[in-house]
Design a protein around this ligand. Structure first.
Ligand code: FBP
Length: 259
């Protein structure tokens, strides 16, 4: 049985992580406004919102991480500008991430991309280096590229979870399939590895987003790694509180929403 390397990020076995690497992944004009373009706003939200972890690229961690919330450093990255099947290469060593205070190492794998083998190999090394330091390796597994038709289908999302398990990830961040029953197959495919639902673009209403989160939790997910649905929200602290209630305290969304 694996030692629980994710414990720094867990409360009652569950977790709500705040992701803020979209500036590199999508570009600042796609996702940011005057407030959330400032990384200190997000660092502050992570702390005041009671998040169980915050996810930064190394440059943001170097300048803005304040040590108040456990840190995950994403050690690979790519921009949205390059065309063709995606590849995201390592931009930060495990050693350097640890020196910044990281308690977890994040890495994105584009499953199904023609460059998948390179990301598998790189993640393999990173996972071993992270484990040597007792740190968890957290894989964002996003099926993507010409070979992937529907990246939220049950079969492909469960494949993402299983790939993460077999590659030795301590936790996987995967897209929601759209309903709890199909997502539970992905959780099963993870065979005990921690599974996090990935937030995605801002949902039309808070209730719509929280209902997805509820579905993931009902399916057995450990929690959520959320970016835009938290820091793009007009009331991010209120959203953070709702997420804590649903994920960490087991409050049902209909109860939460009823006046
Ligand atoms: P969101 O909650 O904003 O979707 O953030 C989760 C995340 O995985 C980020 O860590 C990452 O930057 C982004 O989604 C990648 O998005 P995309 O699916 O467009 O590549």
């Amino acid at each position: 049985m694996k030692q629980e390397r994710m414990s720094a990020f867990l409360k009652n076995g569950r977790s709500v992580l705040l992701a803020y690497d979209q500036g590199l992944e999508h570009g600042p004009s796609t996702d940011f406004n005057d407030k959330n373009i400032d990384p200190s706003f997000v660092m502050d939200l992570a702390e005041k919102g009671g998040f169980n972890g915050v996810i930064f690229q190394k440059g943001v961690a170097e300048r803005f991480y304040n040590g108040k919330v456990p840190l995950i450093v994403k050690v690979n990255g790519k921009s949205a500008l390059v065309k063709g099947d995606p590849i995201s290469r390592q931009v930060c060593s495990v050693e350097y991430a640890a020196s910044l205070g990281a308690k977890g190492i994040g890495y994105t794998i584009y499953l199904g991309s023609e460059h998948e083998a390179e990301m598998f190999a790189e993640f393999g090394k990173i996972q071993e280096q992270a484990h040597e330091r007792g740190l968890p390796a957290i894989a964002w597994v996003y099926p993507r590229g010409a070979a992937v038709v529907n990246d939220t289908a049950k079969e492909i999302v469960s494949y993402a979870a299983r790939a993460a398990l077999e590659l030795g990830a301590d936790a996987a961040k995967i897209k929601y399939t759209g309903d709890s029953q199909s997502f539970s197959w992905a959780v099963k495919a993870g065979a005990g590895m921690k599974v996090f639902m990935s937030g995605g673009p801002k949902a039309p209403t808070d209730e719509a987003f929280l209902t997805q989160v509820q579905g993931a939790i009902d399916a057995g997910a450990t929690g959520l790694a959320v970016g835009r649905n938290a820091w793009q929200n007009a009331e991010p602290l209120k959203m953070a509180e709702s997420l804590r209630k649903v994920i960490l305290e087991g409050v049902r969304v209909d109860k939460l929403m009823s006046p």
